[in-house]
Design a protein around this ligand. Structure first.
Ligand SMILES: C[S@@+](CC[C@H](N)C(=O)[O-])C[C@H]1O[C@@H](n2cnc3c(N)ncnc32)[C@H](O)[C@@H]1O
Ligand SMILES: Nc1nc2[nH]cc(C(=O)O)c2c(=O)[nH]1
Ligand code: SF4
Ligand SMILES: [Mg+2]
Length: 218
Protein backbone atom coordinates (compact mmCIF):
# COMPACT_ATOMS: atom_id res chain seq x y z
CA UNK A 1 0.00 0.00 0.00
CA UNK A 2 1.37 3.40 -1.02
CA UNK A 3 0.19 6.50 0.84
CA UNK A 4 0.29 9.76 -1.12
CA UNK A 5 -0.50 13.16 0.37
CA UNK A 6 -0.94 14.92 -2.98
CA UNK A 7 0.09 14.75 -6.63
CA UNK A 8 0.22 17.64 -9.08
CA UNK A 9 1.67 18.77 -12.38
CA UNK A 10 4.05 21.72 -12.13
CA UNK A 11 7.57 22.90 -12.94
CA UNK A 12 10.45 21.60 -10.87
CA UNK A 13 11.40 24.68 -8.88
CA UNK A 14 14.76 23.67 -7.43
CA UNK A 15 18.18 22.35 -8.41
CA UNK A 16 19.65 21.43 -11.78
CA UNK A 17 16.26 20.33 -13.20
CA UNK A 18 14.59 23.65 -12.31
CA UNK A 19 12.15 24.75 -14.98
CA UNK A 20 11.33 21.22 -16.16
CA UNK A 21 7.73 20.06 -16.21
CA UNK A 22 7.09 17.22 -13.79
CA UNK A 23 4.36 15.42 -11.93
CA UNK A 24 5.12 15.69 -8.22
CA UNK A 25 4.15 12.65 -6.19
CA UNK A 26 4.25 13.69 -2.55
CA UNK A 27 4.34 10.65 -0.28
CA UNK A 28 2.92 10.83 3.22
CA UNK A 29 5.11 10.58 6.34
CA UNK A 30 8.72 11.42 7.17
CA UNK A 31 11.31 9.78 9.41
CA UNK A 32 12.70 13.14 10.67
CA UNK A 33 9.44 14.84 11.76
CA UNK A 34 5.93 13.55 12.44
CA UNK A 35 4.46 16.60 10.70
CA UNK A 36 2.67 18.00 13.78
CA UNK A 37 3.37 21.67 14.51
CA UNK A 38 3.50 21.01 18.26
CA UNK A 39 6.39 18.59 17.67
CA UNK A 40 8.32 20.70 15.18
CA UNK A 41 10.78 22.15 17.68
CA UNK A 42 11.87 18.76 19.00
CA UNK A 43 12.12 17.18 15.55
CA UNK A 44 15.45 16.34 13.88
CA UNK A 45 14.31 18.41 10.89
CA UNK A 46 12.53 21.51 12.16
CA UNK A 47 12.26 23.86 9.14
CA UNK A 48 10.09 21.79 6.81
CA UNK A 49 7.88 23.89 4.52
CA UNK A 50 5.53 21.03 3.62
CA UNK A 51 2.34 19.37 4.87
CA UNK A 52 2.81 15.64 4.31
CA UNK A 53 0.34 14.29 6.90
CA UNK A 54 -2.42 12.01 5.67
CA UNK A 55 -3.68 11.38 2.14
CA UNK A 56 -6.21 14.19 1.82
CA UNK A 57 -4.44 16.60 -0.57
CA UNK A 58 -5.22 17.13 -4.27
CA UNK A 59 -5.01 13.79 -6.12
CA UNK A 60 -3.87 12.15 -2.88
CA UNK A 61 -4.96 8.74 -1.68
CA UNK A 62 -4.05 5.18 -0.82
CA UNK A 63 -2.94 2.96 -3.67
CA UNK A 64 -2.92 -0.81 -3.27
CA UNK A 65 -0.44 -1.55 -6.05
CA UNK A 66 2.43 0.07 -7.94
CA UNK A 67 0.42 -0.13 -11.18
CA UNK A 68 -2.51 1.73 -9.64
CA UNK A 69 -0.30 4.56 -8.39
CA UNK A 70 1.67 4.78 -11.65
CA UNK A 71 -1.58 4.91 -13.68
CA UNK A 72 -2.83 7.67 -11.40
CA UNK A 73 0.38 9.69 -11.89
CA UNK A 74 0.33 9.05 -15.65
CA UNK A 75 -3.11 10.62 -15.91
CA UNK A 76 -1.64 13.90 -14.59
CA UNK A 77 0.90 14.09 -17.44
CA UNK A 78 -0.31 16.05 -20.51
CA UNK A 79 -0.81 14.45 -23.92
CA UNK A 80 2.08 16.34 -25.56
CA UNK A 81 5.65 15.68 -26.73
CA UNK A 82 8.41 15.68 -24.08
CA UNK A 83 9.75 12.97 -21.79
CA UNK A 84 7.37 12.32 -18.88
CA UNK A 85 9.01 13.12 -15.57
CA UNK A 86 7.82 12.20 -12.09
CA UNK A 87 9.43 13.65 -8.96
CA UNK A 88 8.91 11.48 -5.89
CA UNK A 89 9.01 13.65 -2.80
CA UNK A 90 7.21 13.96 0.49
CA UNK A 91 7.53 13.60 3.34
CA UNK A 92 10.34 11.14 2.86
CA UNK A 93 9.77 9.19 -0.38
CA UNK A 94 12.35 6.49 0.39
CA UNK A 95 10.07 5.19 3.16
CA UNK A 96 7.79 3.95 0.35
CA UNK A 97 9.42 4.06 -3.08
CA UNK A 98 10.40 0.52 -4.08
CA UNK A 99 11.58 -1.47 -7.12
CA UNK A 100 8.01 -2.26 -8.17
CA UNK A 101 6.97 1.39 -8.30
CA UNK A 102 10.12 2.47 -10.16
CA UNK A 103 9.48 -0.30 -12.70
CA UNK A 104 5.84 0.76 -13.05
CA UNK A 105 6.87 4.38 -13.72
CA UNK A 106 9.50 3.26 -16.26
CA UNK A 107 6.95 1.03 -17.99
CA UNK A 108 4.84 4.15 -18.60
CA UNK A 109 7.79 6.08 -20.06
CA UNK A 110 8.59 8.17 -16.99
CA UNK A 111 11.99 9.32 -15.90
CA UNK A 112 12.01 9.03 -12.11
CA UNK A 113 13.38 11.82 -9.92
CA UNK A 114 13.61 11.61 -6.12
CA UNK A 115 13.97 14.28 -3.44
CA UNK A 116 15.32 12.66 -0.27
CA UNK A 117 16.89 13.58 3.05
CA UNK A 118 19.51 10.88 2.33
CA UNK A 119 19.05 8.92 5.57
CA UNK A 120 17.62 5.80 3.92
CA UNK A 121 19.12 3.61 1.18
CA UNK A 122 17.87 4.35 -2.32
CA UNK A 123 16.57 1.56 -4.58
CA UNK A 124 18.35 1.09 -7.92
CA UNK A 125 16.93 2.57 -11.11
CA UNK A 126 16.30 6.13 -9.96
CA UNK A 127 17.11 8.45 -12.88
CA UNK A 128 17.72 11.64 -10.89
CA UNK A 129 18.59 11.54 -7.20
CA UNK A 130 18.62 14.72 -5.12
CA UNK A 131 19.93 14.44 -1.55
CA UNK A 132 19.15 17.22 0.92
CA UNK A 133 20.83 16.54 4.30
CA UNK A 134 19.14 17.56 7.52
CA UNK A 135 20.85 18.69 10.77
CA UNK A 136 22.89 15.88 12.36
CA UNK A 137 20.91 13.05 10.71
CA UNK A 138 23.36 10.56 9.22
CA UNK A 139 23.43 10.54 5.40
CA UNK A 140 23.79 6.96 4.15
CA UNK A 141 23.63 7.72 0.42
CA UNK A 142 27.20 8.22 -0.82
CA UNK A 143 26.47 9.11 -4.45
CA UNK A 144 23.77 11.19 -6.09
CA UNK A 145 23.06 13.50 -9.01
CA UNK A 146 22.69 16.60 -6.86
CA UNK A 147 23.41 17.45 -3.27
CA UNK A 148 21.03 20.28 -2.36
CA UNK A 149 21.72 21.61 1.10
CA UNK A 150 19.31 24.00 2.80
CA UNK A 151 21.50 26.78 4.21
CA UNK A 152 22.38 27.73 6.85
CA UNK A 153 21.97 24.79 9.22
CA UNK A 154 24.24 24.99 12.29
CA UNK A 155 24.43 21.17 12.49
CA UNK A 156 24.95 20.69 8.74
CA UNK A 157 27.76 22.86 7.37
CA UNK A 158 28.47 22.34 3.64
CA UNK A 159 32.00 20.98 4.27
CA UNK A 160 30.49 17.89 5.93
CA UNK A 161 29.00 16.72 2.61
CA UNK A 162 31.83 17.26 0.17
CA UNK A 163 32.73 13.56 0.48
CA UNK A 164 29.39 12.60 -1.04
CA UNK A 165 29.92 12.16 -4.78
CA UNK A 166 27.53 14.43 -6.66
CA UNK A 167 27.39 15.99 -10.12
CA UNK A 168 26.08 19.24 -8.61
CA UNK A 169 26.43 20.88 -5.20
CA UNK A 170 23.70 23.42 -4.42
CA UNK A 171 22.90 25.68 -1.50
CA UNK A 172 19.20 26.50 -1.12
CA UNK A 173 18.45 29.41 1.24
CA UNK A 174 16.32 28.32 4.19
CA UNK A 175 12.87 29.89 4.02
CA UNK A 176 10.45 30.43 6.88
CA UNK A 177 8.36 27.24 6.67
CA UNK A 178 4.96 28.93 6.76
CA UNK A 179 5.66 31.80 4.34
CA UNK A 180 5.16 31.12 0.63
CA UNK A 181 5.95 34.60 -0.78
CA UNK A 182 9.72 35.27 -0.71
CA UNK A 183 9.21 39.06 -0.58
CA UNK A 184 7.34 38.61 2.73
CA UNK A 185 10.11 36.52 4.25
CA UNK A 186 13.02 38.57 5.66
CA UNK A 187 14.61 35.41 7.08
CA UNK A 188 14.84 33.94 3.60
CA UNK A 189 16.27 37.21 2.29
CA UNK A 190 19.01 37.12 4.91
CA UNK A 191 19.71 33.44 4.20
CA UNK A 192 19.89 34.15 0.47
CA UNK A 193 22.64 36.69 1.15
CA UNK A 194 24.48 34.20 3.39
CA UNK A 195 24.21 31.45 0.75
CA UNK A 196 25.38 33.85 -1.96
CA UNK A 197 28.43 34.82 0.07
CA UNK A 198 29.23 31.15 0.75
CA UNK A 199 29.04 30.29 -2.98
CA UNK A 200 31.27 33.24 -3.86
CA UNK A 201 33.88 32.04 -1.37
CA UNK A 202 33.47 28.31 -2.23
CA UNK A 203 32.83 28.11 -5.98
CA UNK A 204 32.12 24.37 -6.10
CA UNK A 205 28.77 25.30 -4.52
CA UNK A 206 26.01 26.92 -6.58
CA UNK A 207 22.99 28.89 -5.45
CA UNK A 208 19.51 27.51 -6.16
CA UNK A 209 16.28 29.36 -5.34
CA UNK A 210 12.79 27.97 -4.80
CA UNK A 211 11.56 29.24 -8.15
CA UNK A 212 8.00 27.94 -7.63
CA UNK A 213 7.61 30.26 -4.64
CA UNK A 214 9.06 33.23 -6.52
CA UNK A 215 6.67 32.80 -9.47
CA UNK A 216 3.78 31.64 -7.30
CA UNK A 217 2.98 28.23 -8.75
CA UNK A 218 1.90 25.14 -6.72
C1 LIG B 1 9.79 18.86 1.85
S1 LIG B 1 11.28 18.07 1.36
C2 LIG B 1 10.73 16.41 0.98
C3 LIG B 1 11.81 15.48 0.51
C4 LIG B 1 12.79 15.00 1.58
N1 LIG B 1 12.16 14.65 2.81
C5 LIG B 1 13.87 16.02 1.80
O1 LIG B 1 13.93 16.60 2.88
O2 LIG B 1 14.68 16.22 0.89
C6 LIG B 1 11.56 18.76 -0.29
C7 LIG B 1 12.65 19.79 -0.42
O3 LIG B 1 12.26 20.98 0.27
C8 LIG B 1 13.38 21.47 0.96
N2 LIG B 1 12.90 22.32 2.05
C9 LIG B 1 12.09 21.97 3.06
N3 LIG B 1 11.84 23.00 3.87
C10 LIG B 1 12.52 24.06 3.37
C11 LIG B 1 12.67 25.42 3.77
N4 LIG B 1 12.08 25.90 4.87
N5 LIG B 1 13.44 26.24 2.99
C12 LIG B 1 14.06 25.75 1.88
N6 LIG B 1 13.95 24.47 1.45
C13 LIG B 1 13.19 23.64 2.19
C14 LIG B 1 14.06 20.20 1.42
O4 LIG B 1 15.39 20.40 1.83
C15 LIG B 1 13.98 19.34 0.19
O5 LIG B 1 15.04 19.65 -0.70
N1 LIG C 1 7.52 23.34 -7.92
C1 LIG C 1 8.07 22.66 -6.92
N2 LIG C 1 9.34 22.23 -7.05
C2 LIG C 1 9.84 21.48 -6.04
N3 LIG C 1 11.06 20.90 -5.97
C3 LIG C 1 11.14 20.17 -4.84
C4 LIG C 1 9.95 20.30 -4.14
C5 LIG C 1 9.59 19.46 -2.98
O1 LIG C 1 8.77 19.85 -2.14
O2 LIG C 1 10.12 18.34 -2.92
C6 LIG C 1 9.12 21.15 -4.88
C7 LIG C 1 7.80 21.66 -4.74
O3 LIG C 1 7.11 21.50 -3.71
N4 LIG C 1 7.32 22.40 -5.79
S1 SF4 D 1 12.15 18.70 4.81
FE1 SF4 D 1 12.11 16.53 4.26
S2 SF4 D 1 13.20 15.56 5.98
FE2 SF4 D 1 12.58 17.54 6.71
S3 SF4 D 1 10.61 17.14 7.74
FE3 SF4 D 1 10.22 17.87 5.62
S4 SF4 D 1 9.93 16.01 4.53
FE4 SF4 D 1 11.01 15.43 6.41
MG1 LIG E 1 8.33 21.90 -1.75
Amino acid sequence: MYRVKEAFYTLQGEGAQAGRAAVFCRFSKCNLWNGREQDRESAVCNFCDTDFVGTDGQNGGRFATADELADHIRRLWPDAPGRPYVVCTGGEPLLQLDDALIAAFHARGFEVGVETNGTLPAPAGIDWLCVSPKADAEVVIRQCDELKLVFPQPLAPPERFEGIAASHYFLSPMATPTVTEPELDPVRQRNTRLATDYCLAHPRWRLTLQMHKIIGID
